[in-house]
Design a protein around this ligand. Sequence first.
Ligand SMILES: [Zn+2]
Ligand SMILES: [Zn+2]
Length: 457
Amino acid sequence: MITFTPLGGAHEIGANAYYLNIDGTGILLDCGMHPKNKGVKAVPDFEYLNHQPLDYVIISHAHSDHIGSLPYLIQQFPHVKILMTVQTREIASITLHNTVNILKETFTDTFGIQPYTHEEIDLLVRSVIDYNYGVSFEIKGLLHNSETSIQVIFYDAGHILGSAGILIEYGHERMFYTGDTRKNKQVILNGADYPEHRITTLIMESTYGAVDSGTLNSWKDEFKEFCSKANKILEAGGSILIPVFALGKTQEILAGITDLLRRGKLNDCTIYSGGIGPKISNVYDSNRYLVKRNSKELELKDLPQINLYDITNTNDFFRKPGIVLAPGGMLDEKTFAYKIVRDFLRSKNSAIFLVGYIDPESPGASLLDAAKGDKIKLISEEVPIEVKCKIEKFHFPSHSSKEELLELVDKLKPEKVILLHGDEAAISNLGYNILQKFNGVKLYSAELGKTIIIDEE
Ligand SMILES: [Zn+2]
Ligand SMILES: [Zn+2]
């Protein structure tokens, strides 16, 4: 019998964690932390595992909503084997240590759990068993009650460095969990690989399930827009703030800027970066020959960057035209982007470029529809501030579009599709399209704590 039970992040982008029981072998796919909730509410519901075997946790990639709660899982289930790609392990050792620092700052006694420690992370990273893409390996739980073995293969998911789609083969069952997936190119990453043969069950992310991408630009065209808008600001002597996530988006945007500067398209300017972004950029550089990439020659360290954290007076950002890649893609409080955003809002020659997803409830959401002259509040308790700078929005997705997800269903021809990692609108829209296009597919929407039977035998 094969069952599938979400312990978090089913119909939202939350504490993604999905429990698979394959004839007594217990596998947790991902173990994330909810980006908005705090304390116990940010962690997947591990209660469920108390009555079930758990032998392995397989991590699709190092974004916090997929790996952030792993240290808590290991506290409760120390025997569990941790599997991930080589690059995810390398990145996780940076991001999980960084999470320790964030948790220490934000957790109070009321949250019901303690922050994990740097020592725990060191041990955890050392105990990881890592694999390269395309290598088939066998797993078997302590209570596995069949002669048939379970084979696992990681496929490059094209989402961030190290990201993997996970194929699990067991007898006639071929289950594929996409993790976060991006079929098309970004600047550095070259898009996802998928299994060549038909699968039986597709467990698929749905992030952009409700977005029609017909009118949206490719990354290449979007960078042309970016470049012409950036040049206008830089020529007027202004600077540009780009609030950005440290892992993935920072490296892709830096690579895009490097390319524009090399080709003489973008005006010369000072580039600022900082936090863990540059450390992760080093991992991107050092793995450039080991993974599928657009340009293996491109090294992010070749682009001169000033460390944000060395700037003690924020006026320095405006003395000469510059581009500031500040950690904090959604301008959450305590991030560097949040700290300096008001200086940019007040600077009439300058601009704020939004390049990624912003949650409607985050401080960054107040910028989404704001224009020059508007008065906005980033957090409810502050005095409104007038927007004097330009605000521009760009679309640089690291997930597949709805159309690409539908193509994936067409390619893999699954009997069952389980949709997850998307809001209600995304899942219902994508689900509707799947049912319209593919006759006979059994469609499920993942629900917290609700078990789906994948195979009854
Ligand atoms: Zn991700
Ligand atoms: Zn995710």
